[in-house]
Design a protein around this ligand. Structure first.
Ligand code: HEM
Ligand code: HEM
Length: 134
């Protein structure tokens, strides 16, 4: 968790969402996300659910785009791979992918200006010069 938040809070793409928009109190946040992940990965039942709700609140202040979720996942995958290997590490990455996809989809129903669906982990590219800017 701390390896991930060390990356996330200083990240040029999503760091501002934690620091400037949410004004995240990391010491209060780490126990919540730790119980979330120990419930998913280690059979604990310490997390009581409702992870989506704070993201809806965040989205109302600063729209969470597909690119933000892709960046979140990139940092998560990097943090997991740096410290762990094996089936639970794979599960940690796979479940994060699913939750990110689900959160992003749910947020689209709460905004008046839907954007393109989250294209998995594909890195999007800008149009080629002269390609019409598509
Ligand atoms: C060991 C098995 C699993 C456990 C213990 C587990 C646990 C959890 C927990 C605790 C949450 C957060 C719920 C909340 O905050 O309200 C969650 C969310 C989610 N899980 Fe799992 N999960 C498991 C397997 C799976 C599998 C196999 C899938 C799909 C194939 C899946 C898809 C999802 C999705 C899409 C969400 C986000 C739902 C949303 O808020 O929109 N999970 N899971
Ligand atoms: C753009 C991507 C994301 C951003 C910017 C983001 C940011 C945040 C912030 C600022 C909070 C704290 C909100 C508060 O306490 O007021 C939070 C809570 C949380 N986030 Fe995320 N998040 C993102 C994606 C995800 C994903 C993909 C997952 C799961 C795989 C996740 C799991 C959680 C959990 C479990 C909490 C704690 C909820 C609780 O207090 O019960 N987040 N997130």
């Amino acid at each position: 968790m701390r390896a991930f938040y060390g990356r996330a809070l200083t990240d040029p793409v999503i760091g501002f969402l934690f620091t400037d928009v949410a004004h995240l109190d990391l010491e209060a946040h780490v126990p919540a996300v730790t119980s979330f992940w120990e419930t998913i990965l280690l059979g604990a039942r310490s997390y009581t659910g409702g992870a989506f709700h704070p993201h809806a609140g965040l989205h109302a202040k600063a729209p969470l785009r597909a690119g933000h979720f892709q960046r979140w996942l990139l940092l998560w995958h990097a943090s997991v791979d740096e410290l762990f290997a094996g089936p639970r590490a794979e599960q940690a990455k796979a479940h994060a992918d699913r939750v990110a996809f689900a959160f992003h989809g749910r947020l689209q129903t709460t905004t008046s200006a839907p954007e393109a669906p989250l294209p998995g982990l594909v890195v999007s590219r800008h149009g080629r010069p002269g390609g019409g800017g598509g």
